[in-house]
Design a protein around this ligand. Structure first.
Ligand code: ADP
Length: 265
């Protein structure tokens, strides 16, 4: 809002004080555009599975399908309803994260324990894709944050890495310990991301290959959630990648020991 000082104008016998108010609406317009784009995206993302479910259910209701086709239609209906359920879960998650600046119930988190939990949970998925999953020991690194949220960060990054890595490839979690921070890497030997897309993959609903993401049951929100969680911890996220060679997703967190050492010294 810009207020230009008053000036005195005379119309006929009467003198008026003139006050000019200039209100910059560009930021408001930008937010409004983002909001309506988001609603359009969500609607589109929900419409696609609904259309598939309706179409297949209609054909089944017509009754003129053999047992094998019936099974495959039911499988699609099941997969599509799973996708909708994932989408709603991720949307709720994002809106919770956007609503609260602070982290819910933060505490002292031993990074190694979180990595182990995530790797344990995703080991079957990695085996199914024939991808080697390795976590290099990171010592007893501790950070201040939410164990639940950080687990989610690892689950999202690792499940992407596994999915976007062809069989025979490798996914590694490793850490780069700096004085006051730790840089955590999730590196894969997968398909990689073109340079032009690297900045944008953290945006909501941005996908390099829509069909491939769909086939994974992905929502296009996983990395946006990762970014929100890490930013809420005061850290940063990024990716470096080369098409055909693989990707290195990284994020930083403040080290508790580092902070304590600094206070002591
Ligand atoms: P999705 O549900 O589509 O995986 P994400 O937000 O997790 O959504 O990721 C956004 C996009 O970033 C993906 O659709 C994919 O194109 C790309 N991507 C994410 N992780 C990787 C990876 N490890 N290797 C290659 N591409 C990736």
């Amino acid at each position: 809002l810009i207020v230009i000082p008053t000036s005195r104008e005379r119309v006929g016998d009467t003198a008026y004080d003139v006050l000019v108010l200039l209100n910059d609406v560009s930021e408001w317009k930008r937010l409004e555009r983002m909001r309506s784009e988001f609603v359009a995206n969500v609607s589109h993302e929900l419409k696609t599975p609904i259309a598939a479910i309706r179409g297949f259910a209609e054909t089944l209701l017509d009754g003129d399908v053999d047992a094998e086709t019936q099974q495959s239609f039911l499988r699609t209906i099941y997969d599509e309803s799973n996708r909708m359920s994932n989408l709603v879960t991720d949307l709720l998650e994002l809106s919770k994260l956007e609503g609260a600046e602070h982290l819910i119930q933060p505490g002292r988190v031993v990074l190694q324990e979180i990595v182990e939990q995530a790797v344990h949970r995703l080991r079957p998925e990695a085996e199914k894709h024939q991808v080697t999953l390795e976590a290099e020991p990171s010592g007893d690194l501790t950070v201040w944050g939410s164990a639940e949220r950080l687990l989610q960060v690892f689950l999202n990054l690792l499940s992407n890495a596994i999915y976007y890595t062809p069989s025979g490839g490798k996914v590694t979690v490793w850490t780069d310990v700096l004085v006051d921070r730790v840089k955590v890497h999730v590196t894969d030997t997968g398909i990689g991301i073109p340079e032009a897309d690297q900045e944008r993959v953290f945006e909501r609903f941005y996908r390099v290959d829509r069909a491939r993401s769909r086939a994974s049951g992905g929502t296009g929100l996983g990395l946006a959630i990762v970014k929100h969680i890490i930013n809420a911890h005061g850290g940063q996220v990024g990716v470096s990648s080369e098409v055909g060679r693989g990707s290195d997703f990284w994020f930083t967190l403040s080290r508790l020991e580092g902070a304590l050492q600094e206070v002591q010294s």
